[in-house]
Write a protein of this length. Structure first.
Length: 384
């Protein structure tokens, strides 16, 4: 096991303080959005005193680093582990399934769109399921709300501009879900979208009933940041979820979502396929997004796993990754391949200590390793 230093990603929606505070670094006034811990080729972490990129270390001896089963199944580390710190909303987005990713990748290759092009939607052939676990209070949009419940939300927003949305909600079917309404909103001409969004945002900013006040405040804030963007009204159709520290949310293929604010640890399949529908200045691909979105209403499952011998295990129904939280009081055992991240306290990891903000790479060849101390450690591993 060796110390692991991640890569900082400074996107405009990031927090200026959260990740520097975790790492014990001085703030530089810039938004530190994500800390990447993994072997993604665009920003691999570096290992030990030699500062060897993790992807190169694994490629030199996959069986020793990953174990035979993981190496045979994936060939490389199949997950990317992150600390995500959002001071502003991320884009409205969804991720493809494996067949959708393979088809989309082949289609864009055939069209001659380079991998690094800003208008490329499929940068690899893989799906990108995700699990976000809150370190602070965390707010997110996750999947479509039941139409009856959404009509109740819209009843608290006093504007006739929403009448076409109310009519389409009332007519939505179990078969199509909210797909037709989503397509209507996201394909509105710019002038029509602006004419819809402006009165909705204005109405959401006026004091109203206590019922659904949090949803109206969310829409008003999005409208101020993205005036005229139909994604603001689309957000009213989605479940608004508040995660408390230690709670988590799994996001599978097709789930339309957006992280709104807060800090958490996030683990995902090692993919970069993002299909955006709004609330962003980045590339938006509405036709492809509509192909992959699952528009059926859901009731998001907020995970609150109980501690079993000091370990909370989060449910990730995919083979690429798993996530455990170790609340150490004395000791616990772990095995690899895994990335460990200490978020509180100090933990003895054998040859060195993990303090708050420190991470380590634990190769499969190390076998079972004992951690001792008092603190909280997140273990990102493979779900085989």
């Amino acid at each position: 096991m060796q110390r692991l230093d991640g890569a900082i990603r400074k996107y405009d929606w990031g927090s200026t303080s959260s990740i520097p505070s975790l790492l014990g670094c001085a703030e530089d006034g810039k938004p530190w959005a994500e800390l990447w811990l993994g072997a993604h080729p665009s920003a691999p972490s570096v290992v030990g005193e030699t500062r060897t990129p993790l992807d190169e270390l694994i490629a030199a001896d996959p069986a020793a680093q990953l174990g035979t089963a993981v190496a045979d199944r994936f060939g490389s580390l199949p997950f990317l582990f992150k600390v995500l710190a959002a001071a502003a909303p991320l884009s409205l987005q969804a991720h493809p399934s494996v067949p959708q990713a393979e088809a989309g990748y082949a289609r864009e290759d055939a069209a001659g769109i380079s991998i690094g092009a800003p208008n490329r939607s499929f940068r690899d052939r893989f799906h990108k399921p995700e699990l976000i676990c809150a370190l602070t209070d965390f707010h997110a949009l996750c999947g479509f709300r039941d139409p009856v419940a959404t009509l109740d939300v819209l009843a608290t927003i006093d504007t006739s501009a929403l009448d076409p949305i109310r009519d389409r909600l009332a007519a939505s079917s179990d078969v199509d879900g909210l797909g037709p309404l989503l397509e209507y909103l996201l394909t509105l001409p710019a002038a029509d979208a602006a004419a819809l969004v402006a009165p909705v945002v204005a109405a959401c900013g006026v004091p109203g009933p206590d019922r659904h006040a949090d949803v109206r405040a969310m829409a008003a804030a999005l409208g101020e940041r993205y005036p005229g963007d139909a994604g603001v009204v689309t957000a009213l159709l989605l479940n608004l979820v508040h995660l408390k520290p230690g709670e988590a949310l799994f996001l599978g293929a097709g789930n339309l979502h957006a992280h709104l604010g807060g800090t958490g640890v996030e683990i995902m399949a090692n993919s970069d396929n993002v299909l955006r529908g709004g609330l962003t200045t980045k590339h938006i691909d509405i036709p492809t997004l509509l192909e992959v979105v699952d528009a059926r209403p859901i009731d998001p499952i907020v995970q609150r796993p109980a501690l079993v011998q000091g370990i909370a295990s989060y449910d990730a129904p995919v083979p690429e990754f798993l996530l455990d939280r170790l609340d150490l009081d004395v000791s616990a055992t772990v095995s690899g391949p895994a990335i460990l991240l200490c978020t509180d306290g100090v933990v003895d990891a054998g040859s060195f200590s993990l303090e708050r903000g420190a991470a380590a790479w634990l190769p499969a060849g190390d076998g079972i390793v004992e951690l001792r101390g008092r603190g909280t450690v997140y273990r990102a591993g493979v779900n085989l």
